[in-house]
Design a binder for this molecule. Structure first.
Ligand code: FAD
Ligand code: NAP
Length: 576
């Protein structure tokens, strides 16, 4: 039973919005530090991404033994992952385990969407309102709303006339969907589509995939984990976690710092074959300059295209499936049998790059004047990434400024944690932080610990509010933008730059300088007494030496094999 705060109740220390991994850990940390907190979650359960994305084939693409919380060594030891890349139900079960183990549900109000958060300058607190009529006041408002949590539903003419169901991968029915014997259409070929297409093809009588941009994808080579393997990882889990934190991606995998262009064609071929055989996102670690030098990138792109030609029997389909853009520029996909699915006689690929989907009819989808008859459609069209869930909440800071207005030309935040004009509002994995370019649970833990340490410090010194300075925010936003220019990732129309949503400003939103570089910056800011922030503290208290409470595990050393200053200078900081 949730302990529900009332409008007239005492002002809470914090309201947390969202109960995915970020909201759950934030709640746990706040309570551990002795703060009062209450979380609101739109869904009926915990898990966020893994609660909503129940489409067939959904699983993580960072290895399960690293895609999990690291804050509790006991939990690391007691939880057993069954597969190299855990399927969605297992990750959701893990989220539920975390909620039970740390008794989180007591302070989470489910099926409740936060609609507004307003800062009261006199009382120095936030009033949070929900679609259920709640009105709760808290000193801090912490947004744990997720980077990939606002489904993108492009408008298609006539969609309301379609007689069959249209499912979005990010809001999949809880009872599952049986496509047996149906003619199914899938719109999109991003990670969600690539995971679901091979499974849907096993059920459907006929499958039509509508592809706008061909996608690079690397085989997962997923497998069951043996008890021996799990034990070997668990035997040195803390060391693995520490190595992962020191990596630019926040997870550990073998990485070759050498330049692809300095290798001979034979050496390159060998390295790519070996990396392909290992599979997954670490494929990008085959050489150090793949995301920084177009000529180097061309070599891996051509290798990947050759793999497609080898797998897909029909040359025209293989050609259509072969991307001609930068390898790994859009988020790299990881698949199980994706390309081979197009060898099945009942699976066809329709190119909608030059002639977009014209409209839906009652009977199906029309492209270039041809109607493709369908019984059901899967919209694997992604998300309004990074800021989509913020856009849905009316967030009002000082002087009536709304976050939507402030971020209209692109999000502006200091360290992706806080934004000028919005005191005591924290954003977990907000724009301007590594977030989606790192293994996200690590990114979440670092933000949560930083926020918890910051709030505890404020309590220590009697500070009421914290807010970045405009100079610090401007400098950070400029830095985030500058760093993005060194990477080839800034060159294509991905959701990283908001290009998947018409009308959005083109801004590279996550921080691409590498996870540990970012962590060091956060640590330095904290150690210097929250440099770049204004803490509104009583004079006597603020004169005291700030006690820094930096959570020990974030004293992350740079992994000098991968991210030495020379590597940074040579622009070889691998990102995922
Ligand atoms: P979310 O999990 O998105 O949770 C946010 C929660 O906030 C949601 O439950 C939502 O309902 C709630 N919420 C939002 N707005 C409101 C509101 N106004 N009121 C109340 N509640 C609200 N990352 C990786 O690192 N590795 C992976 O392998 C990986 N796989 C992924 C697979 C899929 C299909 C997707 C979509 C993403 C994947 N990600 C992966 C990214 C993933 O989003 C993060 O790893 C992580 O789960 C994010 O947790 P979160 O708590 O920050 O956000
Ligand atoms: P996505 O990568 O944004 O892919 C959306 C797809 O829909 C793209 O192919 C896009 O084409 C297409 N599309 C969008 N609007 C369209 C339109 N109007 N007409 C035709 N096609 C259209 O979304 P996603 O696949 O849901 O993945 C989002 C992110 O979530 C991933 O990048 C990843 O970070 C995470 N994720 C991870 C996993 C995993 O393996 N663990 C699985 C799923 C998701 P264009 O490319 O042309 O825009």
């Amino acid at each position: 039973m949730t302990d529900r705060p009332t409008e007239t109740g005492p002002i809470l220390d914090a309201v947390v919005v969202g109960a995915g991994f970020a909201g759950m850990y934030m709640l746990h940390r706040l309570r551990d530090l002795g703060f009062t907190a209450h979380a609101f979650e739109a869904g009926s359960g915990v898990g966020g991404t893994w609660y909503w994305n129940r489409y067939p084939g959904a699983r993580c693409d960072v290895e399960s033994m690293q895609y999990s919380f690291s804050f509790s060594e006991e939990m690391d030891q007691e939880w057993d992952w069954s597969e190299k890349y855990a399927p969605q139900p297992e990750i959701l079960a893990y989220a539920n385990h975390v909620a039970d183990r740390f008794d989180l549900r007591r302070h989470i109000q489910f099926e409740t969407r936060v609609t507004a958060a307003t800062f009261d300058e006199k009382k120095r607190c936030w009033t949070v309102e929900t679609d259920r009529g709640d009105k709760v006041s808290a000193k801090f408002c912490i947004m744990a709303v997720g980077c990939l949590s606002a489904p993108n539903r492009p408008h298609f003419d006539g969609i309301e006339d379609f007689r069959g169901p249209v499912y979005h991968t990010g809001e999949w029915p809880h009872d599952g969907v049986d496509f047996t014997g149906l003619r199914v259409g899938v719109i999109g070929t991003g990670s969600s589509a690539i995971q679901s297409i091979p499974i849907i093809a096993q059920q459907a009588a006929d499958l039509t995939v509508f592809q706008r941009t061909a996608t690079y994808t690397v085989p997962a080579w997923n497998e069951k984990l043996t008890p021996e393997y799990r034990q070997s990882v668990k035997a040195s889990y803390p060391a693995l976690r520490a190595k992962a934190r020191a990596r630019p991606t926040g997870f550990y995998f073998p990485f070759n710092m050498k330049s692809a262009l300095e290798a001979t064609p034979e050496e390159r071929e060998k390295a790519y074959e070996e990396a392909w055989a290992r599979g997954g996102l670490p494929f990008l670690g085959a050489f150090g300059d793949l995301l920084f030098d177009k000529a180097a990138n061309d070599t891996i792109a051509e290798f990947a295209r050759r793999k497609i030609r080898e797998i897909v029997k029909d040359p025209a389909t293989a050609k259509l499936l072969s991307p001609d853009n930068v390898f790994g520029c859009k988020r790299l996909c990881v698949d199980t049998g994706y390309f081979a699915t197009y060898n099945l006689p009942h699976v066809k690929l329709v190119d909608v790059s030059r002639t977009p989907i014209e409209r839906f009819t009652g009977n199906g989808i029309v492209v270039d004047g041809n109607e493709y008859p369908l019984d059901a459609v899967v919209s694997a069209t992604g998300f309004a990434a990074m800021t989509g869930s913020f856009d849905k909440i009316r967030i009002t800071g000082r002087n009536g400024l709304t976050l939507a207005d402030k971020w209209r030309a692109g999000p502006r935040a200091y360290l992706g944690l806080a934004s000028v004009g919005f005191p005591n509002l924290f954003t977990i994995t907000g724009p301007g932080s590594p977030s989606v370019l790192a293994s996200m649970i690590q990114a979440i833990e670092q933000h949560v610990d930083w926020i918890g340490d910051c709030m505890a410090h404020m309590r220590d010194i009697g500070a009421e509010t914290i807010e970045p300075t405009l100079e610090a925010e401007d400098a950070w936003v400029e830095h985030v933008n500058d760093v993005s220019q060194v990477s080839l990732r800034s060159t294509c129309s991905s959701w990283y730059v908001g290009a998947n949503i018409p009308g959005r400003p083109r801004v590279f939103m996550p921080y691409i300088g590498g996870f540990p570089v970012y962590v060091q910056k956060c640590n330095e800011v904290m150690s210097a007494g929250f440099e770049g922030f204004v803490l509104d503290a009583p004079r006597s208290a603020s004169n005291a030496e700030p006690k820094v409470r930096l959570t020990e595990r974030w004293r992350v050393p740079l992994d000098i094999d991968v991210i030495s200053p020379a590597a940074v200078a040579a622009k070889r900081v691998p990102v995922v």
